[in-house]
Design a protein around this ligand. Structure first.
Ligand SMILES: CC(C)(COP(=O)(O)OP(=O)(O)OC[C@H]1O[C@@H](n2cnc3c(N)ncnc32)[C@H](O)[C@@H]1OP(=O)(O)O)[C@@H](O)C(=O)NCCC(=O)NCCS
Length: 207
């Protein structure tokens, strides 16, 4: 596997991986969506095109098989999405009350959840990481995430946060291994945080 920066041309691959790792536990969410493009449009594609985002992809002999995407400045990315991303999607996905995963993603497009300012003070960066099953469990996640932590620190962010569903115990164990700690909360989504330190976040040389 090689690691390289994401480009706008990676958008379809990011959206596809987002769908195929989209369930609460990081499994394939294809069966939850009548429109397979929706979840990627909501959670992955903005990171391929926003000037506030940065990311890396893991590429093997079959193509892009994993990504880590994020931003050093969550508030700036949220503002950019409000101005440049959500308006075009809203007419395409009309509001719905459906109590389904697809319905929840559509409601996110119409009323995106804003990050807690109390978390952003010390941890203004955030990211998402998703690997197709063929890349999981071989150190690729660690390589991608440590590459991202270095890049976020180099961009000046003092700390990083992310949300993860409590049911995704594998991902939570992975984040703990990579130095993240939990913020107290009773939500279904857990918030994990980590300070960023350029000298400490040494990435492995390769897989
Ligand atoms: C979660 C995910 C990113 C982890 O990446 P990965 O490549 O599978 O993890 P790695 O092989 O790089 O593991 C890195 C470290 O975490 C540890 N780790 C990973 N999974 C673990 C688990 N279930 N329990 C304990 N430790 C675990 C590894 O042992 C390894 O430790 P080491 O540094 O001592 O060797 C990846 O499995 C994935 O994309 N899953 C599906 C989508 C998903 O859940 N994304 C997260 C949404 S919030």
């Amino acid at each position: 596997m090689i690691v390289r920066r994401t480009t706008a041309a990676d958008e379809p691959a990011l959206a596809d991986i987002c769908l195929r790792t989209g369930t609460e536990t990081g499994g394939d969410a294809t069966a939850d969506f009548t429109d397979p493009a929706l979840i990627g449009k909501a959670y992955a594609s903005p990171y391929a095109v926003s000037p506030h985002a940065l990311g890396f992809v893991g590429v093997d002999d079959r193509g892009v098989a994993g990504y880590v995407v994020g931003t050093p400045d969550t508030a700036a990315l949220e503002r950019w999405c409000e101005d440049h991303w959500w308006p075009a999607l809203r007419p395409r996905y009309p509001p719905t009350d459906a109590d389904t995963f697809e319905g929840r993603v559509i409601r996110h497009i119409h009323s995106p959840r804003r990050a807690d300012p109390g978390i952003l003070r010390e941890h203004p960066a955030h990211f998402h990481i998703d690997l197709l099953p063929r890349l999981q469990g071989r150190g690729a996640g660690k390589l991608l995430l440590t590459t991202m932590l270095e890049a976020l620190a180099a961009a000046g962010a003092p700390g990083v946060h992310l949300g993860v569903h409590r049911a995704n115990t594998r991902a939570i164990a992975f984040y703990h291994r990579l130095g993240f700690t939990e913020r107290p909360s009773t939500d279904a989504a857990l918030t994990l945080v980590r300070p960023l330190n350029r000298t400490r976040d040494q990435r492995p040389e390769s897989l």
